[in-house]
Design a binder for this molecule. Structure first.
Ligand SMILES: [Zn+2]
Length: 310
């Protein structure tokens, strides 16, 4: 058999099934997207599905407030067709990189989609932790889809359909969080955590929140604050406070010891995922699971039933 015929016999079926050309052109057509947090990467992946290769710079347990980009990160950002970051100073040490890259690349702060009067203001800054109000995350989802459609209009229908499917899941999640938090009696709805990541959560789902370190983990926490907090815990009969996966537990642990030293009972109600997703094989590995984990932990802790997640 002539060589040409032999080759055709071998690759012909591959050509027909698109193995050689179809898939490689599809792979080339995939958008390369780099995000800062895992929450944003998860959202983008849900809307882009197989139309994009999505990579988050910040992994499990990483604190975005203090995160500094490595040389490898800069390369990943430079290669990206789209860069999505949170904004509102969440990535406090990376803003100048984004400003510079925005001159030549598509760089999107996803929180730009949220009207200013929906943001919580602390002194001169806005609280960046918008993902814990699921309805605000729905606005962010729209922004992500809009950006994908602008960048890759031939797949607009796919992005639109994926957005609608994911919005349904977010709407269900929002209703579920409302139902679960309503199970905690009003006086017990005080959420004390390592830093102020739950301001939007508290506003939307009816809890008072206090973070020991303010809206950035860069802040300090004084002895005077500890005393006030101890008094509040005793007065309200609060049974649990919470540590966070991406923040050192030292302040929360010293608060618990301080209250216990006065003969009062106070427990660590469990670990919340505030600024980073959980490990790959955990129930908090994606955004929906992260919110469910936190809500289950908070409800059980405030009701004095311990962590029922595990
Ligand atoms: Zn934070």
């Amino acid at each position: 058999m002539p060589l040409f015929q032999k080759i055709l016999q071998t690759i012909g079926p591959l050509l027909l099934t698109g193995v050689l050309f179809g898939q490689s052109s599809q792979a080339l057509a995939q958008l390369k997207i780099t995000t800062t947090t895992g929450m944003i990467a998860d959202l983008v992946q849900n809307i882009a599905q197989d139309k994009a290769e999505v990579q988050a710079l910040m992994g499990v347990g990483v604190d975005p407030h203090l995160y500094k980009a490595t040389q490898g990160d800069i390369r990943k950002l430079a290669r990206a067709d789209i860069i999505f970051y949170n904004g509102l100073h969440l990535e406090g040490k990376m803003q100048s990189i984004f400003d510079k890259m925005a001159r030549t690349q598509t760089v999107v702060a996803v929180t730009e989609s949220i009207p200013e009067n929906n943001l919580i203001r602390y002194d001169q800054l806005h609280d960046p932790h918008v993902w814990f109000d699921v309805t605000l995350w729905q606005l962010v989802a729209q922004k992500v889809a809009k950006t994908l459609i602008e960048k890759d209009p031939k797949n607009a229908a796919v992005y639109q359909r994926n957005l609608e499917l994911y919005q349904t899941k977010l709407a269900e999640l929002h209703t579920w969080v409302q139902t679960e938090m309503a199970k905690v009696p009003l006086p017990k709805r005080l959420l004390i955590t390592a830093h102020d990541a739950f301001g939007y959560f508290g506003r939307t789902y009816g809890l008072e929140v206090t973070g020991l370190q303010g809206i950035s983990t860069a802040g300090e926490f004084g002895l005077q604050d500890i005393k006030q907090l101890k008094d509040l815990i005793v007065k309200r009969g609060i049974e649990a406070v919470f540590v966070e996966s991406s923040v050192s537990p030292k302040f929360i642990e010293s608060l618990v010891k301080g209250v216990q030293a006065e003969g009062r009972s106070l427990q660590i109600g469990g670990e919340l995922y505030s600024d980073a997703l959980g490990p790959k094989d955990s129930s908090a590995a994606d955004y929906l699971g992260m919110v469910r984990h936190n809500v289950n932990t908070i409800r059980a802790g405030l009701l004095g039933k311990g962590n029922q997640n595990e």
